[in-house]
Design a protein around this ligand. Sequence first.
Ligand code: NAP
Length: 267
Amino acid sequence: MKQTVLVTGASSGLGKSISFHLHSLGYTVIGTSRSPHKYTDLPFPLLALDLSSQASIDLFFAELATKTNRLDVLVNNAGVGITGAVEEMNLNALRSHFDTNFFGPLAMVQQALPIMRSAGKGKIINITSIGASMGLPFRGGYSASKGALQLISEALRMEVAQFGIEICTLAPGDYATDIASRRYYEPNKKGSPYEAIYQESLSTMDEHVDDGNDPIEIAKAVAGYIQKNKLRPHYAVGPFMQRLSLTMKKILPQKIFERMLKNHYNL
Ligand SMILES: NC(=O)c1ccc[n+]([C@@H]2O[C@H](COP(=O)([O-])OP(=O)(O)OC[C@H]3O[C@@H](n4cnc5c(N)ncnc54)[C@H](OP(=O)(O)O)[C@@H]3O)[C@@H](O)[C@H]2O)c1
């Protein structure tokens, strides 16, 4: 029997690439989008899902149950970016960001687990970010939401191992997708002391995403994890220097690591 893989945010970027790749390998792929009617030419079905709404998540699982009674893998991919100086961040925007990047994926996990538990197996791959392991300047909200997803995945992994369910996170570095153009941008307050440095940091961030790697790398990594017997808690995939930063964060004195990050962002 073909494994059924649910990929959230399959209309664009990494999720689209993951879905195409898994479909080409013969998996039964079910994708999601907030506006599935806009994408009529995909070789796999797209169901409606808005992670910022519990009602939408409940409806989604009700619709899924009418299509299949199996769910072998959940790839919790959908997510959004947010930028802004922490001091000036609109907290309602940040709450809504956490709904999409943290509470939504968590609600997906909560509804996927009973299905997987009754099958005695399953895999959940939570897409985080290399920025989940370090507070990135002017992306503190994003680092926080992805960091929260990363930490709760560690806890969850130990809780559900007894049911034969494997959990891991996959932290991408920069990949060329539409994420930068869709991210929430917190404008500076009038006379903001952050204005110049924030704008400069934004240009650096956008350049990194535009020059990012091909999303197929993430798709191939996901396919590899699906085929593995045992998953590690965390994986990172991306440009060498970005992966190296994770090791440097662990081994360098904190002051030195912070200086490196500040140099990188010209702070
Ligand atoms: N690209 C990178 O460099 C990079 C780096 C690190 C981590 N990531 C993470 O990788 C994941 C995919 O990002 P991407 O780069 O592929 O971005 P993208 O091209 O903007 O795609 C984002 C996907 O998420 C879906 N989505 C957005 N808001 C949603 C919501 N409220 N409910 C349900 N679905 C929603 C979108 O679908 P609809 O608009 O059709 O609903 C879209 O399919 C994200 O979690 C992101 O944080 C990306």
